[in-house]
Each structure stands twice: as C-alpha cells, then as structure tokens.
Design a protein around this ligand. Structure first.
Ligand code: SAM
Length: 197
C-alpha cells in the first residue's frame, strides 16, 4: 500500500491533534476541582475561543474528512510535510511544558484561581504567553501539513483572532491581581517570541 504525500501530511496532522487533546485533558479535569475567585468567560473571549477551535480543529478536520473545498487544493511536497511535522512537534512540546508549568493556575479562559501564583519558570521565563506561542506554531505546522489553502491557513487566522481579542485583557487581569510582581515580570519578558515580541 502506498500513501500520497498529501495523505501523509493529513495523517500527521490528525495524530498531532489527538496528541494535543491527550496533553490538554488532564488539566481540564484538574481545573474543575480548583475554585475560581475572579474573572470568567466574556463574549469576546467566547468569540476568540470559537475562532481558534474553528480554525485549528473544525475546518481542517472537515477538510481532512471530506476533501472539501477541493478547489483550494495545491500540490503537496515532502519538504513541506517534513517542515510541518517539525513545527507541529515543537508546538506540542511547548504546549506540554506550559501546561506543566502553569499547573493549577491554568484556565481555558481569563480566570483567577484560588491561591493563584505568578508562574515565571520554564517557558514562562522567556515569554509571558508560551501557550499562545504553541498555538501560533500549530497554525504554522497546519499550513505546511495540509495542502489546501483554506484548511491550511485557517489555523493561523483562528490563532490571530484569539490572540488579538485576549492578550491585552489577560495582561490587564494579571496586573490587577498580582500588581508590581506582574509588572516586573512584564519588564523582563516578551509576549510570544523570546527577545523579539
Ligand atoms: C489559557 S491560559 C494561557 C496562559 C498564558 N497566556 C500562555 O499563553 O501561556 C490563561 C490563564 O492562565 C493564567 N496565567 C497567564 N499567565 C500566567 C502566569 N504568568 N502565571 C500564572 N497564571 C497565569 C491566567 O489566569 C489566565 O486566565
């Protein structure tokens, strides 16, 4: 049995998405047991999360399952699949490290947990939002893995909507909660790219 390069990219993308959920699931379960003391899901955050879900999972998943929209297909290449695999694996690694480091402070939305603490170790020593760095890399990996302009680019668009709707609000919330401790942390870190932005 031989598989095409296009199918190979799609299979790797599916494995990547399953691995993403395997990493996330235990943190979702644990988060249910830690009390929320401030914040909550706003309508703009719901739009951001829905965009990320649509662009990074639903649209590409629909394309992989049905081949639609075939008109947006472009030729697949082995170098693109290899690059996409490396980028997607890096995204999963950063995603896993950020969850591990955030631990009980993690929330899917903008919330403050009981006894919330500033996390500034591991990937958080370099950037304030490594989980968003991992979403950006996932979107980039998707672009290289799926040879379809719409399903390929949708992850980056979904990430951008979530990031732009959320990041200022998240930093404001952290400043209100942790005050000078978070301000000092902001002064020594970048947002998503170490030393750059
Ligand atoms: C989905 S997590 C994303 C965390 C971070 N923005 C990132 O990209 O890695 C969002 C929650 O993490 C918490 N959080 C964000 N940065 C944090 C930090 N440095 N220390 C502790 N909690 C943090 C906030 O309570 C926020 O509601």
């Amino acid at each position: 049995m031989t598989i095409s390069v296009a199918s190979l990219g799609e299979i790797i993308w599916v494995i990547g998405i399953v691995a993403w959920y395997v990493i996330r699931y235990p943190f979702e379960r644990r988060a249910r047991r830690v009390r929320i003391v401030a914040g909550g899901r706003s309508s703009s955050d719901t739009v951001g999360l829905a965009s990320a879900l649509l662009g990074l999972a639903i649209l590409p998943g629909f394309h992989v399952a049905t081949g639609i929209p075939a008109a947006a297909d472009h030729p697949a290449s082995l170098w693109s699949v290899a690059l996409g695999t490396i980028i997607f694996c890096s995204a999963l690694w950063i995603f896993r490290m950020s969850h591990k480091e955030l631990g009980r402070n993690w929330s899917i939305t903008l919330e403050i947990r009981e006894r919330h603490e500033l996390v500034s170790a591991g990937p958080y020593a370099l950037v304030r939002h490594p989980m968003y760095t991992s979403f950006l890399l996932m979107g980039l990996g998707q672009l290289f893995l799926l040879p379809n302009w719409i399903a390929g680019i949708s992850g980056l668009i979904g990430f951008a909507v979530l990031f732009l709707l959320r990041v200022d609000k998240e930093e404001r919330m952290m400043l209100e909660t942790l005050g000078s401790q978070y301000r000092a942390y902001m002064e020594r870190t970048k947002r998503i790219f170490p030393y750059l932005y």
